[in-house]
Design a protein around this ligand. Sequence first.
Ligand code: C2E
Ligand code: CA
Ligand code: CA
Ligand code: CA
Length: 279
Amino acid sequence: AKESGRNNFKFFDNKLNHKVDEEMKIKEGIISAIKRKEFTLYYQPKIHINSGEIVGWEALVRWNHPHMGFISPAKFIPIAEKSGLIKNIDKFVLEMACKQIKELVDKGIRPKSVAINISSSQFNDSNFINTLDRIIAEVGVDPKLLNLEITETTAMQDTYYAKMIFEKIKKRGISLSLDDFGTGYSSLNYLKSFPIDVLKIDKSFVDDICSDQVNNTIVAATITMAKVLDIIVVAEGVETKEQLELLKMAGCEECQGYLFSKPVPIEKMEEMLIKQKFS
Ligand code: C2E
Ligand code: CA
Ligand code: CA
Ligand code: CA
């Protein structure tokens, strides 16, 4: 018994070491990755459900590591958040997205609106608005083409502060999305007082909208409520026609998901912008 106990411990210890090791590597890697331009952006279209038209895009970061290969943001974003490095990534993403939008516009292609994810650390940084102003001015991008996605959880951390920052963002002509809606705990009152344009229903609700009556009802109620408040609803992670049908019936206007398109590199985005429609 003693023997196996020791083995178990050793096994656990190795696994733990491996995890810490990997985290260390990722942390060190993020610092040089920015310099070496290992981060790149993919863009996923947002589709108007009734017309099939592309109404906007979301920029999603991708890391192509020279030794570890492709690392998913689901893996490195949480590590970057813990270590504070997320702010460097956010700045890089903001700058790269603005530059790419500007390049498209200069070619005569207008992407309508491009959403950029803002982490909680960046949102709560006292320099955030300055950084935003600096990048927009340096790149010379039209702020009306930008949308910033802030998660419901981030917005609810300090609602007074969030409202103040939201108003500053809106003043600059940038639109706002409340991301991962339904995973935090917003009350109707806050939703009413936040100057947001778009509400993104989290994928976890969309996942079993066809099988879970309670989820279906929550989604339908959210859409109804958003309409009263003049907020556009985007359903995330739509993968099937059945999900799309139910969302349409519930009055959902826009969606995003593999059913239409996975996130794509900029060249492909350009191609899709020229074609415009999905059918
Ligand atoms: P998110 O903001 O909720 O982004 C949506 C995620 O769902 C993306 O994963 C997207 O590729 C994925 N997705 C979209 N449609 C479908 C679908 O139909 N099925 C499935 N299974 N997945 C779908 P991704 O790109 O791996 O990003 C994961 C998360 O990492 C994001 O969740 C966001 O929280 C964070 N993230 C990604 N890029 C950035 C960034 O540039 N900055 C910051 N701060 N966070 C980012
Ligand atoms: Ca997002
Ligand atoms: Ca989301
Ligand atoms: Ca999500």
